[in-house]
Every structure is written in structure tokens, then in C-alpha cells.
Design a binder for this molecule. Structure first.
Ligand code: FUC
Length: 855
């Protein structure tokens, strides 16, 4: 058993040198508190994968356990998946379609679902699993007894550090997945010369072939698995290179052995033969060799600290765009796992801001331009057979990964997802045509690196509306950037999704609405039928409303396809309205089937509230109330991603305290008291979200949810502090991105905005809504506005939804905005607009001084 001595964090200031470390330990109690705001830190090594610390450069992932004697760094390369290019179309769909529809219309849902399961969902492959790339091991047999243990993940620089002491030597390991050099970098040092002796080697859970590449480099080659009849066609090549200073390096049985070195640098290069979903013609080994040669050159040319800085510089280019301060407490200085354990019971606002920034860190680390989008586990997976194959679930999870992308200024990192949508618009033509005889493109509820578009997983898989949800991302990205060149590039994808529904929609038998059939309200089955299969479900109607409205708007902006617009308008006018059911709830299905006791994790019909914007306290107050009733009925505790969706939803319902309650549900330990994986949603010690098991969507949903609590821009104005919980009376955020290209820096004191700076990238009218009056300004003109007047800013135009149908007479209380102020500020592109605090408001002005300027 290792002897670990926990000692105060106070002794660990950021760049403490290992030499001064030991002397600092003695001084710990008198040292000033360290800045822990952007660090996850622990006083013991990881025992479970869910305790290891994630690093990533979009392509390469590493999970650092920080174990002194037998260090494990679990690895990923994000193009290493099972199988090979294919699609999983069920050709029986087309001929069964009329019968499935007939069975639904006649109320034989069980019959319809059974037929759909045979003829729509794949009878072969259900998507390929994402694979682990194995492990890097560092064996230090002499380090079983250690003290003064510390490890951290520094979100400010994207570097993980492990430190401990054996006898009178302090050992330190820094690990990062270089964004600049495309290799995993491990730097090992000791506080005394000649004290580093260890073995380094690679391993993989599948069959791997090892060989010696040269005196200081070993090679591991792995063939990806076959899966469900699809042959594994990807190869992984991994090269581990060691450069030592002092001592001796040898190689036995493809293990690198270092003796008595002063310091050692390890570079690990990994690559596969994957080029695109339809091209696997690259050479994995020569790619890995190229990456390594380039990195070696860089490290020869510059010292290690300069290369570390080069990595952090690329990272910070994204990360530093947003800062958040929700206040501090005495708990900020405690180890992260302890803070997670106790978050729900005490006031630790800095853990909420750390969680927010961790989501941004994870997106930077798992989704880089030109690469694969973040999958169900982002980039990090240690299994050959991960839960849900660690694929892309398109009925909420994959979309949720990108909710924080625009609002927290990580817009370039949205690109891999946008690229995936473009690729699905190609492979999805096959499913549209072959399965449904329709033009355009469509996908069902799942895809993988091969961009499959067939249905998977029995009855879960026959939902055909993911193209509409994905197209929403294409449009929303435009609303933030105003980039018409980009819009022109994605417009054909939106148009082709519209085309699919032009051919696929059918008339509902009674009201002659145009509906999607067969479909389902993702993964939920009403008691009335006991089946998931249904037609005309609320979420589909909302998704189609957005798809058609947004595509119409895009065509108008781009001046394209004017002859098609009347037809699209006609379809829009025939979509079913939203309905308020007998329990005063927003109806989930076309029929009033909702059960007020239903606690299902999916709340698909609230798409219209978030991420959509059809349900508004201003424009549709009855639906807003019905959505609130539905949220109360569904309750709070659920799977990780569901709770984090609810944070966003309560923020849109303008209830900050309830959104914060969900944060308390989320930041609860997902390990049992004896350290086992528990059955409830929450947070693992490494801050990964627990579905359970680990799913990254919840992390991203938390980040977007917190942003929605501080500012919103979907409902005709930039709304300041729409859902601020009492927990955070004072704070500051910089760099939040609002639609129409407004960058927002804001400080608040006692719950009131006391300083505001808006940078206008695109110009145009800035309409601001604030519950409290803003500080006076003289430097520019502003005008009182009213909710009856339209915001002239084109990025704030809203399509008019239909009045809801009501099946209840209950009148619910209406929300009033009468106390909030609404102002219009004409802005010019490139200019800043500042509402400054008064000198007398010291706390606000103090915070404001620290505000960083956003570019
Ligand atoms: C959807 C969800 C599950 C899970 C899976 C990956 O099917 O309903 O809860 O998140 O995706």
C-alpha cells in the first residue's frame, strides 16, 4: 500500500520549481493561497479510468492516471474505429412504408413497430465502435513508497502534472497532447541528477504487433476490429520515442529502459490510414513517422519549455476568449474530488465556474478543425466495446456536444460537426432514396465515423428527423457570425433536408396536417400505445418548423430558389400547431397521451424551448406555461445529459434557482462511497459527466446551460442575467457571444448589472433587455424600446408560430416583463459600447478592472 501524505494546496503555486517545492512544504501554512480557479487537482493517483485526467488535441487523446510506480496513460486516436466504409441501409423499407403508415393510422402501433423494426432498422450492422488506442506504461519499481503526492490538470494551459517524493527526491511528470506538434509529450524530471530509472512501453487490449523502429523508438501496430460483419480496415501505428539527458537508454523486447537519467522526454506519435468516411488509403506507419520526425525536429530546434508554450499558445487562443468569475469561497482550495462530493451541500461557486470552463476545455481538446467531431465520449475511450459504441447519437447527444460552441466563442470547433453534417448529406441521399423513395438526404438516430444513415437498434432507430435537427446547427452558426459565404456553403444541405420532407410528409387523417410518419418522440413510449412508433410527434413538428423557416430565410438572404419559397411556405402553414393537453402540459404527441408521472429522460417536445426558440414568454406565453408544467411533471433527477438539458431549459424558463438546483443534481458524486461506479447520473472525480456510464454530452450541456443563465439572445433581444440564481449575487463574465455578432463582457453586483461592455462585430441594432436599469451612458445614443416594436437587427427576426391548440381550460399565471427595461442601441461594426460602473460601486468596478478585452 502506498504511503501518501496529503498536504496543503497552498504549497503549489503554478510554476513552482521542483527544487523549491520541498522547502515550500514546510512553509505551507504561511504561504498565500494558490490560484486554483482553473485547476482540477487531487492528492492521490487515479485508481479508476473515471479518475484519470483527460488531455486531447482533437486527434490524440490521453488519460493520465498519475500513478508513481506503474503510470498508465490510456490513449486514443480519434480516427481509430472498427469496421470500414459502408452504409447500413435496409432496402425492405420502401415496400413496407405504406403498410407501416396504414397500421399507424388504424391504431395498430404494435404491428407498425414490429414491421418497422424488421424493415427500417438495419438487419446487419448497427454502427461501428470507436476503439481504444491502448496504453503507455511507465514502470518505476522503486516508487511504490512515496509522499507529498499531487496531481493536477491545468485548464489554463492544457497540461497535466504529477509530482511526488521518494526519499529525498521530488519526481515530476508533465504530460500534454501537443496542439502544435501532433504528438503526446511526456516530460519526466527529478530534483536530483541521475535519479530517473524506469521502463516505458506500449500495450493494447487487441492483438498488437511490436517491433523496434530504431535504438530509441519502439513501434506498435494494431488492426481495428471486425464488427457485425464489417471487416476492420483501419490500422493504428504508434511510435514511442525517448530522449534522455544523462544516464543510459536501452531497448529490450520493445521496451525502452532508462537508467540513471537526469530528465527524459517521451514523444508518442500515433496515426491511422483513415482519410475520410469513404477513403482509407493512407499509410498509418508513414504518417506516424512523419508526425514524429516533425516533432523531433521542433524539439531539437527549441527547448522543452518553448514547445510546451507553443502547445499552450494554440490552446489559449481558444480558451482565453471567455472568462468567468462567480465568486470564491474557502472551499476553492480543496481537492476537486472532495469539492464534487460536497458541492450540493455548500456554497462553492468556483466549482461551478470550473465545471463551465472544463466543458470548454473538453471541446477544445476533442474537436479541432479538420478532424472528427466529439463523439459520445468526446475523444476518450478505453474500451474496445464502449457503451453505445461511443458513436454519434443524433436524437440529442451529438447535438448537445456543440451547444456551447457558439455562445462560448469556440466557433471554429463547431466545424468538425458541420463537416459531419455535410458528409451525412451525401451518405443520407442513399437512405432517403432507397428507403423512402425521397429526394434530398436523411439520417436516423445514429451515425459513426463511416457516416451510416440507416436505422439502428431495433425500435429506437426508426426516427427519421435528425436531418432537421442537424440543419438547425447550420443555421444557428450563421446567426452568430453573419458569414454569408459560410451560409452559401451550407444552404444546399439545408435545402436537401427540406426536399426530403417535401417528399416524405403525409396528411394526418383527421385534420389534414402534414406530419412525419413513421416516427417517434425520441425513445419515449406513451402508455396509450406501449410503443415508441408514432406519427406527427411534437418534436418533429417543431424541428420541421425550424427547418423550413430557416431554409426560407437562408434562401431569401442568398437570393436563391425564389420559385420554391411559396411551396415551402405552404408546407409551413400546414404543420400541426403545438398543443396544450389535459394536464395543462405541452403535449409530447399529436394525441393527448402524456402521463404526468412520466419521468423519461428525453424531453423531446421541449426542443421548442431549448435549443429551439419557438416557446417564448413574450410570443407564446401559454406554451411557455405549458412547458413549465411539463418540466415540473418530468422532475429533476435523471441521466447526466438529461439533467444538463434541464439546466438549459430552466434557464430559458427564466428560473435561475431551479437551473442551479439541477446543477446541484449534476455535481454530485457518480461513485459510491466505496469508490465504485454508481447507478445514478452525476459527476466522476475527474469531472466527466455520468450518464452513467461516462458520456461527454452532459459536460457540454452544463457549459451551455450556465451561459444561458447569464445571457440569452434567442428571443428578440440580448437578455442580461435572465436566470441568475441567488447563489451567485456578484460576478463577472467576459467574451460570451450573442447572436448578431455581439461580444458581451458583464459584471454584476447584488444581482444587478453594474458594468457592461458590448463589442459589435457586425453592427446593427443592439436591443438589450435587463431586469435592472443599466448604468447611465453619454458616449452613445440609446432609445427606449417596447416589445411591440420589431428589432430591426436581421439576426433577431423570428418566424411566427401558430397559436396553440388547447385541451384544457385552466388559465395559468402569465409572466410579466413590465419591470424589465428594453433599450435599442444602434451600433457600428468594430466598435465597443460601454456602460461603466460608478466609482462608488467599488466591488463592481474592482471586478471590471480585471476584465480582459475580447478581440
Ligand atoms: C440515447 C439516450 C440514452 C443514451 C444514448 C447514448 O439513446 O436515450 O440515454 O444517452 O443515447
Amino acid at each position: 500500500m502506498s504511503k501518501t501524505v496529503q498536504f496543503s494546496l497552498l504549497s503549489f503555486r503554478g510554476a513552482l520549481s521542483v527544487v523549491s517545492l520541498v522547502s515550500c512544504i514546510a512553509l505551507a501554512s504561511s504561504a498565500e493561497p494558490a490560484t486554483t480557479a482553473l485547476k482540477l487537482w487531487y492528492s492521490q493517483p487515479a485508481a479508476l479510468w473515471e479518475e484519470a485526467l483527460p488531455l486531447g488535441n482533437g486527434r490524440l487523446g490521453a488519460m493520465v492516471y498519475g500513478k508513481p510506480a506503474d503510470e498508465t496513460i490510456q490513449l486514443n486516436e480519434n480516427t481509430f474505429w472498427a469496421g470500414g466504409p459502408h452504409n447500413n441501409i435496409n432496402t425492405a423499407a420502401l415496400s413496407s412504408l405504406p403498410e407501416i403508415r396504414r397500421l399507424i393510422t388504424t391504431g395498430d402501433y404494435a404491428g407498425a413497430e414490429a414491421l418497422a423494426a424488421k424493415s427500417i432498422t438495419s438487419q446487419g450492422a448497427n454502427g461501428m465502435p470507436y476503439q481504444s488506442a491502448g496504453n503507455l506504461h511507465l514502470e518505476f519499481p522503486a516508487h511504490t513508497q512515496y509522499q507529498n503526492y499531487y496531481r493536477d490538470l491545468d485548464l489554463a494551459n492544457a497540461v497535466a502534472t504529477t509530482r511526488y517524493q521518494v526519499a529525498d527526491v521530488v519526481y515530476s511528470r508533465e504530460v500534454f497532447t501537443s496542439l502544435a506538434d501532433q504528438v503526446v509529450v511526456v516530460k519526466l524530471t527529478a530534483s536530483k541528477p541521475g535519479k530517473l530509472s524506469f521502463k516505458a512501453y506500449l500495450s493494447h487490449p487487441s492483438k498488437a504487433v511490436f517491433s523496434q523502429q530504431n535504438a530509441n523508438t519502439v513501434l506498435m501496430q494494431v488492426q481495428a476490429n471486425d464488427h457485425e460483419g464489417i471487416k476492420g480496415q483501419l490500422q493504428l501505428a504508434s511510435l514511442l520515442y525517448a530522449q534522455h539527458s544523462g544516464g543510459h537508454l536501452s531497448q529490450t523486447n520493445q521496451q525502452l529502459e532508462v537508467q540513471n537519467a537526469d530528465s527524459v522526454l517521451l514523444l508518442l506519435s500515433m496515426a491511422t490510414n483513415f482519410v475520410s468516411y469513404q477513403d482509407i488509403s493512407a499509410n498509418a506507419l508513414s504518417r506516424a513517422q512523419e508526425y514524429l520526425a516533425k516533432a523531433q525536429q521542433q524539439f531539437q530546434h527549441q527547448q522543452y519549455p518553448a514547445r510546451k508554450l507553443a502547445h499552450s499558445k494554440v490552446y489559449k487562443h481558444y480558451f482565453d476568449r471567455v472568462t468567468l468569475d462567480l465568486g470564491h469561497s474557502e472551499f476553492s482550495a480543496e481537492p476537486t474530488d472532495q469539492r464534487i462530493r460536497l458541492f450540493a451541500q455548500r456554497h462553492d461557486p468556483e466549482l461551478a465556474s470550473l465545471y463551465f470552463q472544463f466543458g470548454r476545455y473538453l471541446l477544445i481538446s476533442s474537436s479541432q478543425p479538420g478532424g472528427q467531431p466529439a463523439n459520445l465520449q468526446g475523444l476518450w475511450n478505453h474500451r474496445q466495446d464502449p457503451p453505445w459504441d461511443s458513436k454519434y447519437t443524433l436524437n440529442i447527444n451529438a447535438q448537445m456536444n456543440y451547444w456551447p460552441a457558439e455562445v462560448t466563442q469556440l466557433t471554429e470547433l463547431h466545424q468538425p460537426f458541420i463537416q459531419m453534417i455535410k458528409e451525412l448529406a451525401v451518405t443520407g441521399q442513399q437512405s432517403a432514396k432507397t428507403m423512402y423513395g425521397a429526394r434530398g438526404w436523411m439520417a436516423h438516430h445514429n451515425t459513426d465515423i463511416w457516416r451510416i444513415t440507416g436505422g439502428v437498434d431495433y425500435s429506437w432507430g426508426s426516427w427519421p428527423t435528425s436531418n432537421a435537427w442537424l440543419s438547425q446547427h447550420l443555421w444557428q452558426k450563421y446567426l452568430y457570425s453573419g458569414d454569408k459565404t459560410y451560409l452559401a456553403e451550407v444552404y444546399p444541405v439545408m435545402k436537401a433536408a427540406v426536399q426530403f420532407f417535401e417528399d416524405f410528409l403525409i396528411e394526418s387523417p383527421d385534420k389534414q396536417w402534414l406530419i412525419v410518419s413513421p416516427s417517434m418522440s425520441p425513445e419515449n413510449a406513451p402508455k396509450a400505445t406501449g410503443t415508441k412508433i408514432a406519427a406527427g410527434v411534437t418534436m418533429d413538428n417543431q424541428l420541421l418548423f425550424d427547418l423550413f423557416s430557416n431554409t426560407l430565410a437562408a434562401a431569401t438572404i442568398l437570393n436563391q430558389d425564389q420559385n420554391l419559397l411559396p411551396g415551402w411556405q405552404q408546407i409551413l402553414s400546414r404543420l400541426p400547431p403545438m398543443q396544450i393537453g389535459q394536464h395543462h402540459q405541452l403535449q409530447e404527441w399529436l394525441q393527448d397521451w402524456d402521463d404526468p408521472q412520466d419521468k423519461h429522460r428525453h424531453i423531446s417536445h421541449l426542443y421548442g424551448l431549448y435549443p429551439g426558440n419557438q416557446i417564448s414568454p413574450l410570443r407564446s406565453p401559454e406554451l411557455f406555461n405549458a412547458a413549465k408544467v411539463t418540466m415540473e411533471q418530468r422532475g429533476d433527477p435523471s441521466t447526466g445529459w438529461s439533467m444538463n438539458w434541464k439546466i438549459n431549459l430552466w434557464a430559458r424558463l427564466l428560473d435561475g434557482d431551479r437551473a442551479f438546483k439541477l446543477m446541484r443534481e449534476q455535481i454530485k458524486p457518480a461513485l459510491t462511497a466505496d469508490g465504485k461506479i454508481s447507478e445514478s447520473g452525476g459527476t466522476y472525480p475527474n469531472m466527466f459527466d455520468a450518464h452513467p456510464p461516462f458520456q461527454i454530452d452532459g459536460n457540454f450541456g452544463f457549459t451551455s446551460g450556465l451561459a444561458e443563465m447569464l445571457a440569452q439572445s434567442h428571443d428578440g433581444a440580448v437578455h442580461l442575467l435572465p436566470a441568475l440564481p441567488q447563489e451567485w449575487p456578484n460576478g463577472r463574465v467576459t467574451g460570451l457571444m450573442m447572436r448578431g455578432g455581439f461580444v458581451l463582457d458583464m459584471s454584476w453586483h447584488n444581482g444587478q448589472v453594474c458594468r457592461l461592455k458590448i463589442h459589435s462585430r457586425l453592427g446593427g441594432n443592439l436591443r438589450l433587455r435587463s431586469a435592472s436599469p443599466l448604468p447611465a451612458v453619454t458616449a452613445f445614443k440609446l432609445y427606449q424600446a417596447s416589445d411591440n416594436s420589431t428589432n430591426s437587427n436581421p439576426f433577431y427576426q423570428q418566424a411566427q408560430i401558430k397559436a396553440p391548440l388547447k385541451h384544457t381550460n385552466k388559465n395559468l399565471p402569465q409572466l410579466s416583463f413590465s419591470s424589465s427595461s428594453l433599450i435599442d442601441v444602434p451600433t457600428e461594426a468594430g466598435k465597443d459600447y460601454l456602460w461603466n460602473c460608478k466609482k462608488t460601486e467599488a466591488p463592481c468596478c474592482d471586478k471590471a478592472e480585471m476584465t480582459q478585452h475580447t478581440q
